[in-house]
Design a binder for this molecule. Structure first.
Ligand code: UGA
Length: 432
């Protein structure tokens, strides 16, 4: 099938590349000409394991192309995916500027009947507006059908999730369009759920908000465990054995971050407001997470009330491992607070340093290895559970620090091991 994908962020690029892998011909569109030039050479604008190899293979086999020109992108296409960003606007709602621009450009350049598949996360009802907008701006009498197809991939395992995720959701009021979209995915072995348009849009927000709820719930419980002498890891394990609860997304830590959970939970509350309904659970989830992102600072201040001129090693900056994404990373709040308290911050992340420089305060000093970061610092903090951090020998960690104290925001180490090492250790929801 001849397909175009508008937007080459995580969702768009991974979708486009994976569709070529199963034999479709895909043109990916981005307005940034520089980005397009690089992608033509197989250089990905995002860090995602396995993506560049798959890009290069499909470029060489002439199934994958890139352009900034809508005319070229829309020529002879019967299917277009919209995968542009829908960032959070000031009032918490989803910003639809990029989506509107994409719709107008699609309408002006479509050359045939078209199925528009929206992958961008959009407020309930938006796909009806997408259809209206394209109908309004198109020139010829071509037919436009709209399908909502929310995306559930995770950064860092995006390709795996595309092929081996839990489900594909497609929603539309037009059965013919749904049947054609099923053909797009005919080589995929995932179950396909067909729904109406609005329910498909809602499934995306509902899923992310529910996962965020699990995290805030377990974090709140962890804070209680600390006060009662229980261990959140044991509690999570015991809860997760109940299949109705499930054992995933019950790891306590410094709160969720990233480009999705914070944005989508806020958008869901805003969607509620727009129809006069207060989403009180989701609202509390957001509040709990805001506090949790600062929890390490509260712990540190118990031991170091005066942080001025303290040398602090921060290990891990990205919002989670296997990504260089710094959007809403808990490390941002923690490092800002440390710098505001006149601490000297030495930071290390295996791949997020360049992005971190955009988000972190100017005074932050970046180091190239865990060893260099730890050497002669007053204490250390772990903000991201990178494998190399989890595998770092505790004895070595202890010997490098001036005062051997570790504040572990991701529960990277087994408590027995920590005890053997003699390190002063504070983690989340577990006895010190
Ligand atoms: C999330 C969803 O998991 C995807 O299904 C969804 O498609 C995506 O958002 C999106 O909307 O595009 P992602 O943001 O890549 O994916 O990251 P996750 O792996 O879900 O992690 C989110 C945050 O939760 C991270 O900060 C992580 O450290 C935190 N987390 C996760 C916990 O604190 N505890 C856990 O048990 C699990």
């Amino acid at each position: 099938m001849k397909i175009s994908v508008i937007g080459t962020g995580y969702v768009g690029l991974v979708t486009g590349v994976c569709l070529t892998e199963v034999g479709h011909h895909v043109t990916c569109v981005d307005i940034d000409e520089n980005k397009v030039q690089n992608m033509r050479k197989g250089i990905s604008p995002i860090f995602e394991p396995g993506l560049e190899d798959m890009m290069t293979k499909n470029i060489n086999e002439n199934r994958l192309s890139f352009t900034s020109d809508y005319k070229e992108a829309m020529k002879d296409k019967e299917i277009v995916f919209i995968a542009v960003g829908t960032p959070q606007s000031k009032d918490g709602s989803a910003e639809l500027t990029y989506l509107k621009k994409a719709c107008k450009s699609i309408a002006e350049h479509m050359t045939d009947d078209l199925i528009v598949i929206t992958k961008s996360t959009v407020p309930v009802g938006t796909n009806e507006y997408v259809k209206e907008l394209i109908e309004k701006h198109k020139n010829a009498s071509h037919k436009v059908s709209v399908v909502s197809n929310p995306e559930f991939l995770r950064e860092g395992s995006a390709i795996h999730d595309t092929f081996y995720g839990d489900r594909i959701v497609i929603g539309s009021e037009e059965q013919e369009a749904l049947d054609r979209v099923k053909e797009v995915y005919s080589s995929f072995t995932l179950p396909i759920l067909e729904t109406d348009l609005r329910s498909a849009e809602m499934i995306k927000y509902a899923s992310n908000a529910f996962l965020a709820t699990k995290i805030s719930f377990i974090n709140e419980l962890g804070n209680l465990c600390e006060r009662l002498g229980a261990n959140i890891e044991n509690v999570s394990k015991g809860m997760g054995m109940d299949k109705r609860i499930g054992d995933k997304f019950l790891n306590a830590g410094v709160g969720y971050g990233g480009s999705c959970f914070p944005k989508d939970t806020n958008a869901l509350v805003s969607i509620g407001h727009s129809v006069g309904y207060h989403m009180s659970i989701v609202d509390s989830v957001i509040e709990t997470n805001d506090k949790q992102q600062r929890i390490i600072i509260d712990k540190i201040k118990e031991f170091y009330p005066d942080l001025s001129h303290k040398k602090v090693a921060v290990l891990g900056l990205a919002f989670k491992p296997n990504t260089d994404d710094m959007r809403d990373a808990p490390s941002i709040k923690v490092i800002r607070e440390l710098v505001d308290n006149e601490a000297e911050v030495y930071a290390y992340d295996p791949i997020a340093e360049e992005n971190a420089k955009v988000f972190l305060p100017g005074g932050t000093i970046y180091k190239d290895s865990i060893d260099e970061t730890l050497k002669d610092k007053d204490f250390a903090i772990i903000m991201t559970d990178w494998q190399e951090i989890k595998e770092y020998p505790l004895e070595q960690l202890k010997s490098q620090l001036k005062h051997p104290a570790l504040f572990d925001g991701r529960n990277c180490f087994n408590l027995e091991r920590v005890k053997e090492s003699g390190l002063e250790y504070h983690s989340i929801g577990r006895p010190s």
